[in-house]
Design a protein around this ligand. Structure first.
Ligand SMILES: O=C(O)c1ccccc1N[C@@H]1O[C@H](COP(=O)(O)O)[C@@H](O)[C@H]1O
Length: 234
């Protein structure tokens, strides 16, 4: 009897794929355009001072329009437990994005998957942050701006020099013209954009959404060419 175990066939490396979150959607047309552009996740802002803010009722309606496998993300800034509960009632499958001054305990209290936004400035230690909030799905890195975010400002990506200890969502001033550089420099798990897909503050553009997603796919394709050249090298 032949008991030898045949060698497993060599696996081709998994292609690099940067996930895409399009944030600040506020109309049914925005949702349709984001899904058609190929977004993996879409963000709804539940922060009244924002030009992209939606009501809880609008969140309920917009999130019900999503097809399977497109993740709704609800962006909150210092929301009360009651406001968080109302958001989850409207959108029970939401991932929460905490973009304010919430403590680790406040982020974990709802018992939902969440992203912790970090407003990047010199001296921020991502590893320390990740250790203080290990149940976050990812750190979402945004520029340090007046207010809490969504300012369309790029931060210095060299501040992410070390391993962040959690998956990174790169955000802050991204658009179709710079997202490839961001992916090449940072190699984030995902990229996130709001201002860069708008024709005016708070008004989304289907064309800019498509251009952004296409730029991400092209950046990934370039990385995959390099990976396969490296793998196939004699
Ligand atoms: O969009 C907003 O108005 C907003 C308000 C408060 C906190 C965060 C906000 N937006 C988020 O900020 C990042 C970066 O946005 P941008 O691409 O630089 O405009 C993103 O997650 C926005 O959804």
């Amino acid at each position: 009897m032949n008991t030898s175990v045949s060698a497993a066939p060599a696996r081709t490396p998994t292609p690099h794929r940067t996930r895409i979150k399009l944030c600040g959607l506020s109309t049914p047309a925005d949702v349709e355009a984001a899904v058609s552009a190929g977004a993996d996740a879409v963000g709804f802002v539940l922060y009244p001072p924002s030009p992209r803010a939606v009501s809880v009722d609008a969140l309920r309606d917009l999130s019900r329009r999503l097809p399977p496998f497109v993740t709704p993300v609800v962006l909150l800034v210092n929301a009360t437990p009651g406001e968080i509960a109302a958001a989850l009632d409207a959108c029970p499958t939401a991932v929460l994005q905490f973009h304010g001054d919430e403590t680790p305990q406040q982020c974990t209290a709802p018992g939902r998957p969440f992203l912790r936004a970090v407003r990047m400035k010199p001296g921020v230690n991502l590893l320390d942050l990740a250790h203080s909030i290990p149940t976050a799905q990812a750190l979402l890195l945004d520029a340090h701006v007046e207010g809490y975010g969504g300012g369309g400002k790029v931060f210095d990506w060299s501040l992410i020099a070390q391993d962040a200890g959690l998956p990174v969502v790169l955000s802050g001033g991204l658009h179709s013209g710079n997202v490839a550089d961001g992916i090449r420099c940072v190699r984030p798990w995902a990229v996130d954009v709001s201002s860069g897909i708008e024709i005016s503050r708070g008004v989304k553009s289907p064309d800019l959404m498509h251009a952004f997603c296409e730029a991400v796919r092209q950046a990934d394709a370039r990385i995959n060419v390099r990976i396969s050249a490296h793998t196939n090298a004699p």
